[in-house]
Design a protein around this ligand. Sequence first.
Ligand SMILES: Nc1nc2c(ncn2[C@@H]2O[C@H](COP(=O)(O)OP(=O)(O)OP(=O)(O)O)[C@@H](O)[C@H]2O)c(=O)[nH]1
Length: 311
Amino acid sequence: MQKLPPISNIIDFDTSRLPQLEVTRQRNQVQPVKNNIADLHRQLVLQLQTSLEADRLLSMFFDTVRGSIPVRGLNYQHASTDLHLELGENAIHSMHYRLNHQGENLGELILRSDCHFDESQLTQLEALLPCLLFPLRNALLYRSVILDALRDPLTGAANRVAMDQTLSREIEMARRRGGLPFSLLMLDLDHFKSINDRHGHQGGDEVLKAVVACLKLQLRNMDMLFRFGGEEFLVLLSNTPLEAAGIVGNRLCEAVETLPFVYKGEAVPVSISIGCATYRFPESLDDLLRRADDALYQAKRNGRNQLRMAI
Ligand SMILES: Nc1nc2c(ncn2[C@@H]2O[C@H](COP(=O)(O)OP(=O)(O)OP(=O)(O)O)[C@@H](O)[C@H]2O)c(=O)[nH]1
């Protein structure tokens, strides 16, 4: 894998090259570029006011910039809101920028090109980049508010609101496509009341966090984990038929059972029970959840720490 050079360019409002551009171009007498960039700048400022979606803003920025600078691809990352974006194509040359606004990290941006950016292109680029900062800052704030509304603050898993929205969408898609298989794993910690009784609520909370971290390690990026009750979780496995979902479910049981969890020096044995159900076109969401719940009930009745498949 190609090693990325360290990020050396920081784009802040104060570092805008637009005022400098004025001076530089007057000295060099290259008036059309200045006008072109000033126009692009105005156009971008207006455009970037039209959305609060960070990916949409970056895509508008990319489209506008590559109208005048030979940028082939754009890569953007903002770790704290978990935003990763790739636009266009890969290319061998790149410029790396760390975007800042009043000390606040607004992410890292890489612009790619087939050939080295020359000084004039960099001047143009860096005159346009500050247009992105304020809209991007608002979009990231908006994104983090939305993420918080959909996330369980204790474990970081998606919450009940997110679960209802996601499952409704998944059913809708499965129905439209005529029933692509997706599966649900309904999960519940075993004897969690005794864990709370023995180790206190704080100990119980630590167990919940450790279990979520353990489950996430076992799941693929596209699988979604929701906490929908106190010690109840649901995993959505898109494009996954019953047999494959059973394999994942067994793997989760095993991973949690072998979790070496220690609280205040004492080993705490933890296990989960799972009910697994695969969507059957055209059943309703309630029916699917009821089947997963019945299977979970069977797993509990059968001795816990196991997976049961829904009928
Ligand atoms: N620490 C902690 N405990 C919670 C939280 N939410 C729910 N609980 C506890 O979870 C426990 C659930 O207990 P029960 O429903 O009896 O289930 P259980 O003891 O796990 O028994 P089985 O599910 O039958 O194996 C209760 O003691 C709740 O107080 C939470 O956020 N943190």
